[in-house]
Design a protein around this ligand. Sequence first.
Ligand code: XUL
Ligand code: CO
Length: 460
Amino acid sequence: MSDAVQDKAIARPPALLIPRRKLCFPEVPDRIPYEGPDSKNLLAFRIYNPMMQVGEKTMAQHLKFAVCYWHTMRGTGQDPFGPGTMIRPWENADADPLENAKNRVRVFFAILEILGVPYFTAHDRDLAPEGKTLAETNANLDAVIAVVKEEMARTGIKCLWFTANLFSNPRYMHGAATSCNADAFAYAAAQVKKALEIAKELGAEGYVFWGGREGYQTWLNTNMSRELAHLAQFMHMAVDYAKKIDFTGQFYFEPKPCEPTKHQYDFDAAACINFLRAYGLEKDVKLNIETNHATLAGHAVEHELDYAGFQGFLGSVDANTGDELLGWDTDQFPTNVYLTTLIMLVFLKYGGFTSGGVNFDAKVRRESFEPVDLFYAHIGGMDTFAKGLLIATAIRSDGELARMVAERYRSWDTGIGAAIETGAQDFESLERYMLEQGDAEPNQSGRQELFEGVLNRYIF
Ligand code: XUL
Ligand code: CO
């Protein structure tokens, strides 16, 4: 750790801290520059050049990067085996918690300005401490939101989506909308009402429902159909209230198969889409797909994105990655160009982001405890996505992979295939056809290795 950071961490900054950049981030420049691919400076972008034109949009417009408040500002490094490790010179345990919370917001916006990131995401409870009653909690939130608004106006940084934390407080131990305790449902409703009012006030472009504890640990004590009906009622109430207050942001549902409960109702894109359709929410809610959640569900993220995409549910992405050797939600920063290329290929296929964007729902490792690590992490993730965007754009403009896929399905373009697709065939006519043909010949190689080779040609 640099001496400056250590000194400040020990000395503790003044009671009412101000985000003096030099104090919090002595090694970091006021603005992370773009230095190009030859740069060896890891506090500079090598690929992400926000104003660079890529097709019809700039890189910044394509990627719509967001930094999340929960990991970046509230992540302490705590794990089940030990306490937090993060040195955060702006935190002051001796100060009034509300003043500390307000100051933290100022530091957050300084980080976004330095990175040149245009958006943020947050839960209500990340921002302000809870009080003894709902009224006190709401007042705390209002006080901090006033600072968020000031900082948004000062910097022009926008809210990609807002959400409510319906999982940390013990009142939500059985879930929120799916709790066996009706009062927990009622509290959650009041909390989301307030969160929607804030989303409206901040001009948030979206609102996310992540299941939190909406799931269960054992079938023995669970009335699944009742819980799911309650979840649907809850989401309908949110959609109705948004309409009432004229909050026009996009709603998203974020799939995750497990953690914290064993069976989460929002398991994967397929389960979420089925739920939305079964309960009449399909017109109002899209999906926010997270890479590490996809892999926990046993899917590749491109599968989840495309599954949502072709049915019109593709919304936003929570960018991160898991660890191949660990089976839990490690929320690491993405550094793999294959991953980001495939994510961007899917998004470009469906016309790019509209209300959504690339939100880094990612945290630095417990061992990466200095403030500067937040910058290495985000810069690395942004460069990796920028590279993925460039590669995906090149792949799409050459059209070779798309032609290869089309070629694989050529038997559907004419003859019997085309006749089936137009609905002109039935089991009897197909039986007649096959009795004549004798058998279906395996006439096409899958060419997986060729496909992988073509992809690699764009990557290196
Ligand atoms: C949890 C997760 C959440 C959501 C927002 O795994 O991803 O942080 O993104 O509630
Ligand atoms: Co997420």
